[in-house]
Design a protein. Structure first.
Length: 329
């Protein structure tokens, strides 16, 4: 991921609490608790990709130059660390800093962590936290993503404009299994295992790609219009119909199941969740009468007004179906 990632000596964990008095737009609110990252220096640690192990109620934090993988139990807030991963000093924009673990993905009983210091991806037992084998990549890893149906881990490598595929059929021993060459710098990812699809952005080309995980062919390309900064993160809604692309100033909503490269809608983002700043939220596709007959899914968006610095929605505006140009055929 390009630029400054996260900087801090702690992590903010949000726990869900049911709230009958919460606004109708949401079913719960969150209590936020800071958790210190062990081994972090006073001037902070650079963070990039985190991973959530929902089955074990854990958050994995690859803690960069500390040489640690931090594992947080979301119920008890107990913090474990897996130590002594390689680190290296690099110079970026005239400033020296330590790099190390920067990404993680939850696999089948194992977690795979990417390390920029030694260009490796290593397996760690998700239950016992014992370290398994590692594999060395041809270039620095950015995002790592487990593709369950193929028993593979896909690793984005922007410096060589490629995706490296790792075979993890033997979970403790990842091995190189192929490369997909791209026409730009891959940034971010989302996996649709149900349909056998992988999504990534080309940050330098302002493009979003859909790739078939079996054929390794690009089957759709979108232009999310993120501008010079390019597209960043990706999130797929559960049914696999819509893909959210995070730009620095807006969110683009793409028709993931379309073969026409449709951009469904765009919503502006505030630069910070200050009091009164808008928060973008997406609703599932609404099907009504005539639209249903035509097989058109109308995507609705809602803007909230944040009541405090957390951006917690205080009031919902009335959503309206978007025009024909925002329909998915």
């Amino acid at each position: 991921m390009r630029g400054v990632f996260g900087v801090g000596v702690g992590l903010m964990i949000a726990t869900t609490l049911t709230a009958s008095e919460a606004p109708k737009a949401v079913a719960a609110h969150f209590d936020v608790h800071p958790i210190a990252l062990p081994g972090a220096p006073d001037d902070g640690v650079m963070l990039d990709y985190l991973a959530v192990d929902r089955a074990r109620h854990r958050v994995w934090v690859p803690a960069g130059g500390t040489g640690n993988a931090i594992v947080i139990d979301t119920k008890s807030q107990k913090v474990d660390r897996i130590e002594k991963f390689p680190t290296a000093e690099v110079e970026r924009r005239g400033k020296k800093r330590l790099v190390g673990l920067s990404s993680a993905t939850i696999g089948d009983g194992f977690v795979y962590v990417g390390n920029r210091a030694d260009l490796s991806v290593c397996a760690v037992d998700a239950a016992t936290l014992e370290r398994g084998g590692c594999v060395t990549l041809p270039s620095s890893p950015d995002g790592v993503a487990f593709v369950a149906r193929k028993k593979e881990v896909w690793v984005t490598m922007p410096r060589v404009q490629s995706i490296q595929i790792l075979d993890v059929a033997t979970p403790t021993a990842p091995k190189l299994a192929g490369t997909i060459k791209l026409d730009g710098d891959p940034e971010g990812y989302a996996v649709d295992d149900a349909h056998g699809l992988f999504y990534t952005n080309l940050e330098d080309k302002d493009k979003t790609l859909r790739i078939d995980v079996s054929t390794h062919q690009v089957t759709a390309t979108w232009t999310p219009s993120c501008g010079e900064d390019g597209p960043r993160g990706l999130a797929l809604e559960p049914a696999g119909q819509f893909l959210m692309v995070a730009c620095t100033q807006h969110v683009a909503v793409l028709a993931a199941g379309s073969f026409t490269g449709n951009v469904v809608n765009q919503g502006s983002l505030s630069t910070a969740n200050a009091p009164g700043s808008p928060v973008f939220a997406a609703r599932p596709p609404a099907r009504t009468g005539e639209d249903c007959a035509k097989g058109i899914a109308v995507f609705q968006t809602t803007f909230f007004e944040g009541e405090n610095s957390t951006g917690y929605p205080a009031e919902e505006s009335t959503p309206e179906p978007l025009g024909p140009r925002n329909c998915v055929h």
